[in-house]
Design a protein around this ligand. Structure first.
Ligand code: C2E
Ligand code: MG
Ligand code: MG
Ligand code: MG
Length: 278
C-alpha cells in the first residue's frame, strides 16, 4: 500500500487482511470438527462408454453438509484442507468410504471401477502406501475395482517421487488416471514416463467446443484423444453437457465420458436406484 493513499487506506487494507485470515481460521476449525463428526458425504457421477452408453464406473466426489449452512462444494474447502494438512485424515475417510462402495457396485460387475480423487499432499505423505494397503485389506476391496485420479501438480512437485509412488500403486493392480489433463505444464514430456492407464480431458476443453467439428476447439479435443490412442491409454472426457460434444467424442474414438448430459453427481442411494437396480 502506497503512503500517498494515506493512513485510512492502510488500515482498511490491514483490516480486510485480518478478516480474510480470520475467515480461514474459522473454516479450518470447522473442517477439523467436521472430520471428527463425519459431516462429509461422497457423491458418485456415472461414467459411460462413448460408443454404446454402457456404464463403466463412477467418480467419487466429496460434499460437506454443514449443519445450518448447507452443502459445500469441494472447491470451497479442499484447498484449505490441503494447506493445513487436514486432507490427510479426510483423504483416509474418502479412500475407505469409496472402497466400501466399490465393493458393493464393482463386485460382480466386470470392468466397473470407482475413481477416487487424490490431493498431492495426501499422496506425498510419508505413509500413503501403508495407509492404502491398510484400507485395501480392511475393506476387502479388489485393487481392480478402484482407480486413483491424480493431477499434474503432483507430478510437477517431484517427478521422481511421483513416478515411484505411481509404480507402487500400479504394482498393486490399481489403475491410475491423470485428471484435468491439458491445464498444467509440460504435460507431454512426462506423460510417456508415468505409469498411468487413463487420461481425463479437462472439462474446459469440452466446454469450449460449441458444435463446429472444423473448429480449433474440436481439433484440441481430437488431438488429446489421438495422443491417448498413440500411448495406448484410455481417454475420458469430463464435463460433457450436450449431444454435440458427445457426437464429436464418438467420431474421434474417445473411450469414456462423464458429465451432466449423462448424469450429475448422485448420492449413493440415488446412484444405486438409477444406475444399478434399473
Ligand atoms: P474433478 O475431479 O475434475 O471433478 C469433476 C468436477 O466437474 C466435479 O465438480 C463435477 O461435479 C463437475 N462436473 C461433472 N460433470 C459436469 C458437467 O457436465 N458440467 C460442469 N460444469 N461440471 C461438471 P465438484 O464435485 O465440484 O469437484 C470439483 C473438484 O474438487 C474436483 O474436480 C476435484 O479436483 C476436487 N474433489 C472432489 N472430490 C474430491 C475428493 O474426494 N478428494 C480430493 N482430493 N479432491 C476432490
Ligand atoms: Mg477427478
Ligand atoms: Mg477432472
Ligand atoms: Mg476438472
Amino acid at each position: 500500500v502506497s503512503k500517498s493513499k494515506g493512513r485510512g487506506t492502510f488500515h482498511y487494507f490491514e483490516a480486510s487482511m485480518n478478516a480474510a485470515a480470520q475467515q480461514r481460521l474459522l473454516l479450518e476449525n470447522a473442517l477439523r470438527m467436521a472430520i471428527e463428526q463425519e459431516e462429509f458425504q461422497l457423491y458418485y457421477q456415472p461414467k459411460a462408454f462413448c460408443a454404446d452408453g454402457g456404464l463403466c464406473g463412477a467418480e467419487a466426489l466429496i460434499r460437506w453438509r454443514r449443519p445450518g449452512i448447507g452443502m459445500m462444494p469441494p472447491d470451497a474447502f479442499i484447498g484449505i484442507a490441503e494447506e493445513t494438512g487436514l486432507i490427510v485424515p479426510l483423504g483416509k475417510w474418502i479412500l475407505k468410504t469409496a472402497c466400501l462402495q466399490a465393493k458393493v457396485w464393482a463386485g460382480g460387475r466386470a470392468g466397473f471401477r470407482v475413481a477416487i480423487n487424490l490431493s498431492p499432499r495426501q499422496l506425498l505423505a510419508e505413509d500413503f502406501i501403508a495407509v492404502l494397503d491398510d484400507i485395501l485389506s480392511r475393506t476387502g476391496v479388489e485393487p481392480g475395482w478402484i482407480e486413483l485420479e491424480i493431477t499434474e501438480s503432483l507430478v510437477m512437485h517431484d517427478v521422481d517421487k511421483a513416478t515411484d509412488l505411481l509404480r507402487q500403486i500400479r504394482r498393486r493392480g490399481i489403475h491410475v488416471a491423470m485428471d484435468d489433463f491439458g491445464t498444467g505444464y509440460s504435460s507431454l514430456s512426462y506423460l510417456k514416463l508415468l505409469p498411468i492407464q487413463t487420461l481425463k480431458i479437462d472439462r474446459s476443453f469440452i466446454k469450449a467446443y460449441a458444435g463446429d467439428p472444423a473448429s480449433n476447439e474440436a481439433a484440441f479435443i481430437k488431438t488429446i484423444v489421438s495422443l491417448g490412442q498413440i500411448l495406448g491409454i484410455t481417454v475420458v472426457a469430463e464435463g460433457v453437457e450436450n449431444q454435440f460434444q458427445l457426437a464429436l467424442l464418438q467420431s474421434c474414438g474417445c473411450h469414456v465420458y462423464q458429465g451432466y448430459y449423462l448424469a450429475p453427481p448422485l448420492s449413493a442411494d440415488e446412484f444405486q436406484c438409477a444406475w444399478i437396480d434399473r
